[in-house]
Design a protein around this ligand. Sequence first.
Ligand code: PLP
Length: 398
Amino acid sequence: MIIDGPWLAAARGAGLLAADGSVATTIFAEMSALAVRTGAINLSQGFPDEDGPGELLEIARQAIADGVNQYPPVLGMPVLREAIARHQKHFYGLDVDPDREVLVTAGATEAIAAALLALVSAGDEVVTFEPFYDAYGAIIALAGARHVTVPLRAPSFEPSLEDLRAAVSDRTRVILVNTPHNPTGAVFSREVLAEIVALAERHDAIIVTDEVYEHLVFDRPHTPIATLPGAWDRTVTISSGGKTFSLTGWKIGWVTAPAALITAVLAVKQFLTFAGGAPFQPAIAHGLEMPDAYFSGLAATLRAKKDLLSAGLADAGFEVFDSHGSYYLVADAAPLGYADAVELCRELPRLAGVVAVPLAAFYTPEHRADVASLVRFAFCKRTEVLGRAANQLAALAR
Ligand SMILES: Cc1ncc(COP(=O)(O)O)c(C=O)c1O
């Protein structure tokens, strides 16, 4: 029996499957398995080890008890769409019509998939920054598009305007932005965002922007690219409740965009999941309308965690690049004498009882050598756990 199809072929072409068709073991799977096997502290994966606000959990429990358990509307429940629209107005001054310009999705991941599959044709180019969240490469491959990347270089991991201009052309259909950025913690400046908008206008490209870490910024504001002059009409903005409310397993995401773009994304989304997460939708709606102190408190707490882990890594001998947002920071193991972060990450449980991922996992194969000694650490863990990790990492310095 032949088991194959367009996605498997695309995935094989993109190096996501082994030649025999089996799922290639990713470094993420390998490192998580290593953490389980060794009992090491898992700083490789981006999920918090504490659940989000108790009142949200209670609303979801109550919704289940009240019978909110059947298909919600394909666009998302009105209570959530209205809360998303008010959130965009309150935080960013954006006027969004909850009935025509908001779409609820199964996490940001479905939104990214539906947006790219709706907007990109085979042979088009999609520009992303590199390193990039791994789903981008897979979906671009599935769409049959060409993946063009703009390098983000240490120490700031902000793109250069020259590199941006070199990557975008009339062949570009979508510029896929991610700020705050996974895995580097970069938060793009207004100047960079304005250049992206100018390039999109010049080459008639669509901007798809993944802003799932919008509330997790430490020392500078997050600017949604859709707020820049000229951007709204050509921008699909994606976010999710997972990171903002420390509820990554609920998978409630959303898209805000002009009605014509929402309709295009909806055309794909309806045949991916149709709809989901009914009892979680009213809970996330409540979360989006919590007082500002919740959002600033979340960022302040995460910043303190970032500082704690950064100090531990610096004491251990890493060169640490400052993170300005997201759950992650990047550190260079070269000063410790490790040129190969893959090798170090395999050894780290034994050396320090900690698991992390090599930054190269977020690169196309041809660019991995450039970042061979860099490691990504997640700091979205309890303070006590990060303190322990920092102490154990100090052993590397000895
Ligand atoms: C940049 C980025 N986008 C999207 C996601 C996934 O979001 P969701 O869990 O809402 O699908 C993640 C999760 O790590 C991420 O880092």
